[in-house]
Design a protein around this ligand. Structure first.
Ligand SMILES: Cc1ncc(COP(=O)(O)O)c(C=O)c1O
Length: 443
């Protein structure tokens, strides 16, 4: 029987969606509830970009790395989706659930310079990293090599998969001191640590504990060289927590040379809160099993005994299913369009300018110990520092009392952080430096 006829007559409640042209072959190119960034939106100046965010400017916002404010095009997309869902949730969902996520994956893939099938949609970096490790086909004797500078969610995701599979984890110091880190130091420490047992290398692109940006391309070369001497079944896979470089670096993710890349899109990308992506290069898909069933398209048809005549994509197998906050998830394409309208290169350049200005200013203040390298090749938008002998919490509190939202790094050793992004101004950077200078002068 024709698949469409079968499905129409089946009791499975995806009937009305089947009239969509893309049921078996992917997605349509139009999102009926999405609108392009309005032409009246002036993103050619940084004042114009800043005006898109409903931020409280009575405080200087220097902690958007934690969670984004929604810029107008994203807020508008969410409002449109929400209105449509609220008007008739079941109808709207049925009409769009087979296509909406494909549209988001296409926008993400365009921004990332990858194939849409390589992009799974997640709720956060945490979810992406967790389902990545949980799905790895590891066995006793295999080793995951990671670093002492990875985030809590990376460490725990690795712990869980090791407990489950009998694999082991070795955490190495890829550099001794963030202030003096070099590319050579990182790559040679990783090269030395790779053993016969290593099956996965995991690192964090821009580290939220030190602000160091690791040289992902160079690390990838080390892994490629190691792989050249190995049989295919012993191949080392390279995974990256990319969240703090994603949305401020001018990089195609395909060009970084990693196999897997997990990132929330609710930080530097300015996407809806509760969204993220997990990328996997096509030739690394078969090392990962899904954890959470996808809710639509290929896996569902497969479950009904009607798998399309092609291999499923990573997007289809690995985007966790279930009913989500769809008004947010289906609006993520607006954030990627917003990023592309600003220009990935311009965003990178502006982030570098503001952060270099801040770090150079910190270097000139007696009593401030800057941990993050000034060199943009080894840093991005996170700047960690110690204000004389004040602890991080107290430093952040004093900044807050002076009208600046800073943050402290949630690690065993915590540092104060200022993390300017494209919504900030030179004047805000300079005011932050003045406050810091006054702070250390009174300690
Ligand atoms: C390096 C790093 N990875 C992962 C996370 C968790 O991100 P998410 O909130 O997207 O799960 C954070 C939090 O800021 C982080 O700093």
């Amino acid at each position: 029987m024709d698949r469409r006829l079968f499905l129409r007559s089946s009791s499975v409640s995806i009937g009305s969606a089947l009239t969509l042209p893309t049921l078996l072959n992917g997605c349509s190119s139009e999102n009926p509830k999405a609108a392009p960034v309005e032409t009246s939106t002036d993103l050619s100046t940084w004042e114009g970009v800043r005006a898109q965010f409903p931020l409280d400017h009575s405080m200087i916002q220097m902690a958007q790395m934690l969670l984004a404010s929604h810029p107008k095009p994203v807020a508008d997309a969410i409002a449109r989706q929400r209105q449509a869902f609220d008007a008739s949730p079941a109808t709207y969902w049925e009409e769009h659930f087979l296509t909406a996520e494909g549209i988001v994956a296409q926008a993400a893939a365009k921004y990332m310079g990858v194939d849409p099938g390589e992009v799974a949609l997640t709720d956060s970096t945490t979810m992406g990293t967790a389902i990545l490790f949980n799905g790895m086909k590891l066995k006793p004797g295999d080793e995951i090599l990671s670093t002492t500078h990875d985030h809590y969610v990376t460490d725990k995701s690795i712990d869980f998969v090791c407990e489950k599979t009998g694999a082991t984890n070795r955490r190495i110091e890829e550099y001794a001191d963030p202030r003096t880190v070099t590319v050579e130091e990182v790559t040679s420490n990783i090269a030395k640590a790779i053993s016969d047992k290593t099956r996965v290398v995991m690192v964090t692109w821009v580290q939220s504990c030190t602000g160091v940006k690791l040289p992902i391309r160079d690390i990838s070369k080390v892994i490629q060289e190691a792989n050249a001497a190995r049989p295919k079944e012993k191949r080392i896979y390279f995974a990256v927590d990319g969240v703090h470089g994603f949305g401020n670096q001018d990089e195609d993710i395909s060009g970084l040379g990693c196999d897997y890349f997990s990132a929330g899109t609710h930080k530097w990308i300015f996407g809806p809160r509760g969204t993220g992506i997990l990328f996997a290069r096509k030739d690394a898909w078969d090392f990962i099993r899904p954890t959470i069933p996808q809710f639509s398209d290929y896996p569902y048809l497969d479950w009904m005994g009607m798998a399309p005549d092609r291999e499923p994509t990573f997007h289809e197998l690995m985007s966790p299913g279930g009913f989500h906050a769809f008004d947010h998830r289906w609006s993520l394409d607006a954030a990627f369009e917003f990023q592309m309208s600003m220009g990935r290169d311009r965003v990178h350049q502006r982030t570098t300018e503001l952060n270099t200005r801040l770090k150079k200013g910190m270097q000139d203040i007696n009593g401030v110990d800057l941990l993050t390298p000034v060199d943009p090749a080894l840093s991005a938008g996170i700047n960690c520092f110690i204000a004389r002998d004040l602890d991080a919490t107290e430093t952040v509190k004093r900044f807050h009392d002076a009208g600046i939202i800073a943050s402290s790094s949630p690690y065993r050793i915590s540092y104060a952080r200022l993390t300017p992004c494209v919504i900030n101004t030179e004047a805000e950077v300079d005011t932050s430096l003045q406050i810091l200078e006054r702070m250390v002068a009174t300690i």
